[in-house]
Design a protein around this ligand. Structure first.
Ligand code: SME
Length: 162
């Protein structure tokens, strides 16, 4: 494979997102398989940011099922409305959790995770949630509106992979 993602890690977080997103878009245009593309997106995010865990939960019937991810072992199934992921699915909203201990019903897959952001990936036409993108950090208060803005753009790229 001759596709390489090159990022100067001394850039600001926002600049890294701005450089990464077109490269990710190009990367996934070279492959038609959903799982292969989600796996590479998770890898690129994990490699370029100081995240503990990055992965996808895919809507299958009435629950979220663990998809491609990078990071520690994770819970495999999450019910609608449960935890941060299930709530993001139910509400069709991005959720930033500065302190997971303060989120009622947070599902602790890893005790190392202290804060997280979850972005729903919504079908462009029927507006159903297809998956959620979950990103966790070992640090409190790690995610902000910049992560939300660019991960939502990434979610739009991911929505078109179906
Ligand atoms: N914390 C999530 C569960 C998934 S793991 O963090 C990978 C939640 O509450 O939905």
């Amino acid at each position: 494979m001759d596709i390489e993602i090159k990022i100067d890690k001394s850039l600001t977080k926002e600049s890294i997102y701005q450089e990464l997103l077109p490269q990710i878009k190009y990367l996934v245009e070279q492959e038609t398989d959903l799982i292969a593309n989600l796996a590479n997106i998770a890898a690129v995010l994990k490699e370029n940011f100081n995240f503990l865990w990055v992965g996808f939960y895919i809507v299958k019937q009435n629950e979220l099922v663990l998809g491609p991810f990078q990071g520690p072992l994770a819970c495999t199934r999450i019910k609608f409305g449960k935890g941060v992921c299930g709530t993001s699915w139910k509400d069709k909203e991005t959720i930033i959790v500065p302190d997971v201990d303060e989120f009622p019903g947070h599902i602790a897959c890893s005790t190392q995770s202290k804060s997280e952001i979850v972005i729903p990936i919504i079908h462009p036409k029927n507006k159903e949630v297809l998956m959620v993108l979950d990103v966790d950090s070992e640090k409190l208060n790690f995610f902000d509106s910049i992560d939300a803005l660019y991960l939502q753009q990434l979610a739009k790229i991911a929505a078109n992979l179906f």
